[in-house]
Each structure stands twice: as structure tokens, then as C-alpha cells.
Design a protein around this ligand. Structure first.
Ligand SMILES: [Ca+2]
Ligand SMILES: [Ca+2]
Length: 212
């Protein structure tokens, strides 16, 4: 176990960023599920599902809204690509978003982490999102929690890459961080209208990470 952990740490800290995915994936495979996963959830550089933790991306929308995503090489924050999410919320009450699964099969234990961190920019200024964490608890009143980007980036998302660091303690409605299933970025027409944010646009994400 100690040797496996050492190999894992060497792999994480010695790899050049662009080539991290293969090394980390191999290291994770080598140590199995007994060791906490690497901090980096995804850098999007390989351009395909899944993320480093084994989860896939999926989008949701309603009857009149649309949300689509692609891996984008135009202007990544780092490496070859970022994740681009194009949303359109033409009508009141419209919503849409992207679901980031944290695991291939179930949930992840996030109790060792203190922050969710990621980089974000838009194709225009004045874009917003809600950031949600969900867990597998059966208590439906306490199995999700959300925050708004406005409280972490004054003025919202702009056309410049910005680092977002959210204390996990801010997701205070979650009854446990031992079984977190998904990270969800949600876009809401009503919230955007009430707060003078745009109801269509493209958001770019890079280097989604959980920080101990
Ligand atoms: Ca990247
Ligand atoms: Ca991938």
C-alpha cells in the first residue's frame, strides 16, 4: 500500500500537465479504490468522456431551452482543450445545464477536500450559473445543495479566464460529503433576468479540481 501510494504521488507531481491524464489514470488503476483519487477531476485535454474519476458529462434542458457541450480547442485555460457549454433559455422559467458525474458507478468520498476549484470564462461578459452538488442520500431535503457564481466572482463570468474557488462548506445543505455523486452547472432564465445576466451564451470550463 505504501509503495503504491508513493508511486501514485510521484505520478501526480512529476507529470507535465498536458500528459497528466495517462499517468494519473495508470496510477489510479494501480492503487485501486483504497486511496483517495487525485485532486484533478478533469482538464478536458483528451477531448472525450470520461473524466479522470470515471464519470461522464451529460446535458439537460426543458421543452424550450437547449444545452449542448463539446470539447473546445479555441482558447483553453491550460493544455489542449476546455469544456464548452452552449445554453439558450428563451422563455421565463427555462433552465438547462450540464451534469458532471464524479464516479463511473456511484459516488465519491469528498470528506478530505475543502474546496471545489475550476477556471471559467464566457463568450461574452455577464454570464452566470448555479453550481450544485448532489449526493446519494435518501433524504431528499438534504441530498443537494447549490451556490451562485455571483457570490464568488463579483460581476459574474466574463470573457477572461477566472479562477473560482468555492469552500465545500458552503454547500451546507448536503447531509454528507462521503457520497457525492454529481457536480451540476445549471442555468436559469428567471435568475438571470432578475440579476441582469444573459440568457444565452457559451461558457468554457477548465481544470476542475477538488482541493484538500
Ligand atoms: Ca485543459
Ligand atoms: Ca477524458
Amino acid at each position: 500500500m505504501i509503495r503504491a501510494l508513493a508511486l501514485f504521488l510521484i505520478a501526480v507531481f512529476s507529470c507535465a500537465r498536458a500528459f497528466c491524464e495517462t499517468s494519473v489514470a495508470m496510477a489510479q488503476f494501480g492503487v485501486g479504490s483504497q486511496v483517495a483519487p487525485a485532486n484533478l477531476l478533469d482538464n478536458f485535454d483528451d477531448g472525450v468522456n470520461p473524466n479522470f474519476w470515471g464519470g461522464n458529462y451529460s446535458v439537460f434542458d426543458d421543452a424550450t431551452s437547449s444545452t449542448v457541450y463539446h470539447y473546445d480547442a479555441s482558447f483553453p485555460f491550460a493544455g489542449a482543450k476546455s469544456l464548452a457549454i452552449k445554453f439558450d433559455l428563451p422563455k421565463p422559467n427555462d433552465y438547462g445545464g450540464v451534469v458532471v458525474a464524479l464516479s463511473k458507478t456511484g459516488s465519491e468520498d469528498l470528506r478530505i477536500y475543502k474546496f471545489l476549484e475550476f477556471y471559467v470564462r464566457g463568450d461574452a461578459d455577464n454570464l452566470s450559473m448555479k453550481i450544485e452538488l448532489h449526493n446519494s442520500s435518501k433524504d431528499f431535503n438534504h441530498n443537494s445543495a447549490s451556490v451562485y457564481i455571483k457570490d464568488y466572482l463579483g460581476g459574474g463570468v466574463t470573457t477572461v479566464w477566472q479562477k473560482v474557488q468555492i469552500p465545500l462548506i458552503d454547500f451546507s445543505n448536503l447531509d454528507s460529503f462521503s457520497n457525492v455523486t454529481t457536480l451540476i452547472y445549471t442555468f436559469e432564465n428567471n435568475y438571470n433576468r432578475n440579476n441582469s445576466f444573459l440568457n444565452s451564451g457559451t461558457l468554457y470550463y477548465d481544470d476542475i479540481e477538488f482541493i484538500p
